[in-house]
Design a protein around this ligand. Structure first.
Ligand code: IMP
Ligand code: MG
Length: 205
C-alpha cells in the first residue's frame, strides 16, 4: 500500500488472527482459571526472595521433578539471586494411571552427586504426597548437606503421609488442575495459569 511505513506493517502483524486462534485452541477445554498468571509470578518473586535470604552465602542445587516442574523450575530459578546449579529427575508411579501407589520408578536419575550439597527439590504439586515421600527418602540416602522442598501447589487435607514442605506457593482444594506444567493426558502444560478442566474434557478419555 502506498505511503504505508514499515513500522505500521510490523504493528499490524501483532494482530494477525491466526495468533489469537492458536491461543483459543490451547484454552478450549478450560472451565475456569484458578490461579492467574500474574498471581503465580508475584508468588514466585516472593518465594525467590525468601529462598535467596534463607540460603545467603551458600550455593544451591535445584532438582526438578519432570515433567511437571519444568515451568516452575525455569521461572523460580530466575528469582533466586544466588549461584546455583540445576538438575532433573524423571519418575513414574507404579500402579493405576489415576492413583499414586507410592512406589516410584526412576526413569531418569540425576547427573549430580548430592553429597554435602544444599539441595532444593522443585515439585509442581503435592497431592497424596506419596511420590514426594519416596523421593525424599531416596535423596536423603545420598547424604546432601540439606534437603528442602518447594512446591507450587499443595492440595489441602489429602496427604497420606506427613511431609515437611518448606516453600509452598498456593494451597488449593483437592480438585484436578492443569496448566503451568501440570497435564491431563500430557496436554495443558503450556498454559501460563492453573485452571480447572471442563467435565466433558475428562469424558473423552
Ligand atoms: P502424589 O504422589 O499423589 O502427591 O502426586 C504426584 C504427581 O501426580 C504430581 O507430581 C503430579 O505430576 C500428579 N498430579 C497430582 N495431582 C494433580 C493434578 O491435580 N493435576 C495434574 N497432575 C497432578
Ligand atoms: Mg501428570
Amino acid at each position: 500500500m502506498e505511503g504505508r511505513s514499515a513500522l505500521s506493517e510490523v504493528e499490524g502483524a501483532v494482530h494477525v488472527p491466526s495468533v489469537e486462534a492458536a491461543a483459543d485452541a490451547r484454552e478450549r477445554d478450560i472451565e475456569r482459571v484458578l490461579i492467574g498468571e500474574q498471581e503465580i509470578q508475584d508468588k514466585l518473586r516472593e518465594l525467590g526472595e525468601q529462598i535467596t535470604r534463607d540460603y545467603e552465602g551458600r550455593e544451591l542445587l535445584l532438582i526438578g521433578v519432570l515433567k511437571g516442574a519444568f515451568v516452575l523450575m525455569a521461572d523460580l530459578s530466575r528469582h533466586i539471586r544466588l549461584p546455583l546449579e540445576v538438575d532433573f529427575m524423571a519418575v513414574a508411579s507404579y500402579g493405576a494411571a489415576t492413583k499414586t501407589s507410592g512406589v516410584v520408578r526412576i526413569l531418569k536419575d540425576l547427573d549430580h552427586d548430592l553429597e554435602a550439597r544444599d539441595v532444593l527439590l522443585i515439585e509442581d504439586i503435592v497431592d497424596s504426597g506419596l511420590t514426594l515421600n519416596y523421593l525424599l527418602k531416596n535423596l536423603r540416602g545420598r547424604r546432601p548437606a540439606s534437603l528442602e522442598v518447594c512446591a507450587l501447589l499443595k492440595k489441602t487435607g489429602i496427604q497420606r503421609v506427613h511431609l515437611d514442605v518448606k516453600y509452598v506457593g498456593f494451597e488449593i482444594p483437592p480438585d484436578f488442575v492443569v496448566g503451568y506444567g501440570l497435564d491431563f493426558a500430557e496436554r495443558f502444560r503450556n498454559l501460563p495459569y492453573v485452571g480447572l478442566l471442563k467435565p466433558e474434557a475428562y469424558a473423552d478419555i
